[in-house]
Design a protein around this ligand. Structure first.
Ligand SMILES: Cc1cc2nc3c(=O)[nH]c(=O)nc-3n(C[C@H](O)[C@H](O)[C@H](O)COP(=O)(O)OP(=O)(O)OC[C@H]3O[C@@H](n4cnc5c(N)ncnc54)[C@H](O)[C@@H]3O)c2cc1C
Length: 429
């Protein structure tokens, strides 16, 4: 029987493994961590469960929706996030809900919005210009420019614009004016419903897909010999394969191969990404979290986004408790502050913002994830193609968020794991 090996047990790897098994193929997954799930995974401290960063499902494809639904019952949350800006809370999206701001600031925002330069998308050179054209200078500079620095760790001029899609809402003048007088009740978020498992944390969407899968944990891949078709692990063991599917990040996989051309090594090195800290807090009171999630624009506050695991599902906390998790991102190559400093800044600022009180905190944790988001700088497409073409030429099926180097949501990652199997089976015929 053909030996299928899948590297990484995140959602993409699990989907690939599951669909191979559905086709009666033999498959083993190898995962470097001591648990499965990758970015969809979670950890529990003192009865408080935290996902790795905020996660909801907004899958539309019927097959994927049904697969997740058959795994676990889901809550359907209507997304009403909030925004924190210079001591004021604004409903999301901020430009539609300017009411709490001072008259001067509202005037500056609306004046620049009305007088903004409108350009055809094809003439826009970067994300900074895109933001100025969508929102006007004042709002662009004070809201999304600041958020870009915090969430993407780069200046907006460094980003291209194809990744934006429908992720950001562009209001019309009437909506801006309405929202400047009174906070609006309409949900403008790009997903109208965000689903979350009632039990088991986000990764429970994979309950049925991972059933019966042979997942070997604590197996960190260190070398891939594509001629001999052997994968080697940090613990000294090896695995042979006939068909190799990898969800490992492209910059990592090139380090595991022999004789990689300089051009490919350089392209892989130039792929930019963010790494992220998660600051997870558990409280001994039920009502600390007021919003499912909120964005923070102030740059003296390191956290860019904070969400509430217990508002996603009460199953994430012990009875009578609540929780928050803050996300703090840095671009690779930038100076990443020490975790103690990040933890202190996050807790101190949440207290200053009157989100929580120090005496209510019963769980305090910080952890780091090297690969969080792919950065869409201007060279991404060129560099990504060079690396992907090379990896493909060695017979490695590289898939998933970091294996394809793509802005993938979980439903897209799941679909990617499914389609690689279709391709592999077609090739085997
Ligand atoms: C901040 C943030 C918020 C997000 N929010 C959402 C959301 O709300 N909704 C949504 O749909 N999506 C969301 N996503 C995207 C979602 O997390 C990803 O699309 C998805 O989890 C990617 O899965 P993957 O399997 O491709 O990658 P991963 O989850 O990264 O899996 C790769 C696996 O490979 C393993 N691995 C790496 N190196 C090695 C090695 N050397 N040896 C063995 N194993 C290795 C890793 O440990 C990991 O388990 C979010 C992502 C981030 C960062």
């Amino acid at each position: 029987m053909r030996k299928n090996v899948v590297l990484g047990a995140g959602i993409t790897g699990i989907s690939a493994g599951h669909h191979l098994r559905l086709n009666s193929e033999d498959v083993v997954l190898y995962e470097k961590n001591d648990d499965w799930g990758g970015l969809c995974g979670n950890f529990t401290i003192g009865g408080f469960r935290f996902d790795k960063f905020v996660h909801f499902s907004f899958a539309q494809d019927e097959y994927v929706v049904n697969t997740f639904r058959n795994s676990v019952d889901m809550y359907e949350h209507v997304p009403f996030p909030s925004n924190y800006y210079k001591g004021v809370w604004l409903r999301h999206p901020a430009q539609n809900n300017l009411a709490p701001l001072s008259s001067n600031e509202k005037t500056d925002i609306i004046y620049d919005f009305v007088n903004r330069e409108v350009k055809d998308v094809s003439e826009i050179k970067d994300y900074a210009e895109w933001l100025r054209c969508q929102y006007g200078n004042y709002f662009a500079e004070n809201f999304p420019f600041r958020y870009t620095r915090k969430y993407w760790g780069v200046e907006p001029e460094e980003l291209e614009t194809k990744w934006v899609g429908n992720r950001m809402y562009t209001p019309d003048l009437r909506q801006v004016l309405n929202g400047a007088f009174e906070t609006q009740d309409e949900c403008f978020y790009y997903a109208k419903v965000m689903k979350y498992p009632k039990k088991g944390g986000f990764r429970a969407i994979l309950n049925t897909s991972r059933e019966g899968l042979d997942i070997r944990l604590n197996k960190s891949v260190v070398k891939i010999d594509t001629k001999a078709k052997i994968v080697s692990f940090a613990d000294g063991t090896m695995a042979e394969y006939d068909n190799l599917i990898s969800t490992l990040p492209l910059p990592e996989i090139v380090k595991m191969l022999d004789d990689v051309p300089d051009e490919v090594l350089r392209a892989a090195q130039d792929l930019k990404y963010t790494s992220g800290y998660m600051v997870s807090l558990g409280f001994n009171k039920p009502d600390i979290a007021k919003y499912l999630w909120f964005y923070i624009y102030d740059e003296d506050i390191l956290a860019s986004r904070v969400y509430s695991p217990n508002l996603k599902s009460a199953d994430n906390v012990p009875k009578g408790c609540s929780s928050l998790q803050a996300e703090i991102f840095f671009a690779n190559g930038s100076a990443i502050p020490d975790k103690e400093l990040v933890l202190k800044n996050t807790v101190d600022k949440l207290v200053e913002m009157q989100v929580c009180k120090p005496e209510d905190i019963v769980v305090k944790d910080i952890r780091f994830e090297k690969y969080a988001n792919v950065i869409f700088d201007k060279d991404i497409y060129k560099n990504r193609e060079i690396v992907l073409e090379y990896v493909k030429s060695l017979g490695i099926n590289s898939i998933g968020r970091f294996g394809k180097w793509e802005y993938m949501w979980t439903h897209q990652a799941y679909a990617d794991g499914m389609s690689v199997v279709k391709g592999a089976l077609a090739n085997a015929k």
